[in-house]
Design a binder for this molecule. Structure first.
Ligand SMILES: Cc1ncc(COP(=O)(O)O)c(C=O)c1O
Length: 381
């Protein structure tokens, strides 16, 4: 039976394609963004314990109260925003579910939503499935900064929302306070809802503070702020995330969440509540942990002809390979995987209209031996 696709332009994601290619060529996989090391032992022990203690039935629809309470405490401590754990915090099955629920809660047929290219690949299909249209505004190379005038120019009477992402995947660029002010100005002028994807909130380098939209009272009033425990606790496979939004926005968000998944894996919520409460040093030490990996990886590539773009946050290193090859980035990634045994992601995959740049993304959320193995294979390029 044939059906007319609602997502005719969607195929297998480049992350899956490159991971399969990495397996085929037994390549070191610096493509897909997941750590090859474990999170805190205490987290896994707690998960086991809660399963054995019988926390195996449906969790409350909005999330385990203890976990929501810990998220609210962390939000107040880090961003100075007191949020109500009962009405403003919802636990979701990964940030991906939260992004979808936020988009579905607000986008109506014909609405436009601004996305900043290069961007995470789940935004546009979620907008389209809800009858909306993604309007792509490109970030400015080489530093992937936002040209807020271009964002303003892209707004029309149909613009309903903007999706922002800091720290940014794939570039690692981070928002400054001035970015938040510019975003607030545009959101006010065009009456936009903001969906702020902050899954790498705890991975910001060089002593800089993460500029969450929750720090900005005016923005916080009109924003869904989304995060992921997968990124913070090295457990991407658990798919636990959350959304912080004002009560009225959260109420609509929860109507979608209720029928999308209803609730999220129960024992992991209890375990995460424990580590948030008992080990705040884990997320406080995360910047130094990943900064060390960033610095090591950059030092390892220093002798190659890759030009390393700056990395202010998240766990990705974009490199310019134009001194090595004229191939387009997808062909170059395929060549790199097959011939050099290292998998990366072509940056054009994050664009609607990719610029004439020769850029690929490596993930450095890897053990030192993995990074060293990759670097050894890349030497001589
Ligand atoms: C920018 C960004 N947003 C959202 C997600 C999805 O997070 P989760 O795995 O919690 O669904 C990712 C994961 O790679 C990401 O990089």
């Amino acid at each position: 039976m044939q059906i007319q696709s609602k997502l005719p332009n969607v195929g297998t994601t480049i992350f899956t394609v490159m991971s399969q290619l990495a397996m085929k060529h037994q390549a070191v996989n610096l493509g897909q963004g997941f750590p090859d090391f474990e999170g805190p032992e205490a987290l896994r022990v707690a998960l086991n314990r809660y399963m054995h203690e019988g926390k195996n039935q449906y969790a409350p629809m909005t999330g385990v109260p203890r976990l929501r309470e810990q998220i609210a405490l962390k939000t107040a401590a880090l961003y100075g925003r007191p949020v109500n754990a009962d009405s403003e915090v919802t636990v979701t099955s990964g940030a991906t579910e939260a992004l979808y629920a936020a988009i579905a809660a607000i986008v109506r047929a014909g609405d436009e939503v601004i996305v900043l290219d290069p961007c995470y690949d789940s935004y546009e299909p979620a907008i389209e499935l809800n009858g909306g249209k993604a309007v792509h505004v490109e970030l400015t190379l080489p530093d992937f900064s936002v040209d807020w005038q271009r964002v303003h120019d892209a707004c029309t009477s149909k613009t309903r929302a903007i999706i922002v992402n800091s720290p940014h995947n794939p570039s690692g660029a981070v928002f400054s306070r001035a970015d938040l002010d510019a975003l607030a100005e545009i959101a006010r002028r065009h009456d936009l809802i903001v969906i702020s994807d902050e899954v790498y909130e705890h991975i910001v380098f060089d002593g800089v503070d993460h500029q969450s939209v929750l720090r900005h009272p005016e923005l916080a009033e009109r924003s869904f702020v989304i995060s992921s425990f997968g990124k913070t606790y090295h457990c991407t496979g658990w798919k636990i995330g959350y959304c912080v939004a004002p009560a009225a926005l959260s109420a609509e968000f929860r109507k979608v969440h209720q029928y999308l998944t209803f609730c999220t894996f129960n024992p992991a919520q209890w375990a995460l509540a424990d580590v948030l409460e008992q080990m705040p040093e884990h997320y406080r030490e995360l910047p130094a942990f990943y900064q060390d990996k960033r610095d090591q990886f950059r030092a390892m590539l220093a002798g190659t002809r890759f030009k390393l773009l700056p990395v202010a946050g998240a766990y990705f290193q974009i490199v310019d390979y134009s001194d090595i090859s004229d191939q387009d980035d997808r062909a170059f990634c395929e060549w790199l995987c097959a011939e050099k045994g290292v998998a990366a992601i072509p940056v054009s995959a994050f664009y609607q209209r990719a610029p004439e740049a020769r850029l690929i993304r490596f993930c450095f959320a890897k053990n030192d031996v993995t990074l060293q193995a990759a670097a050894t294979r890349l030497q001589g390029l």
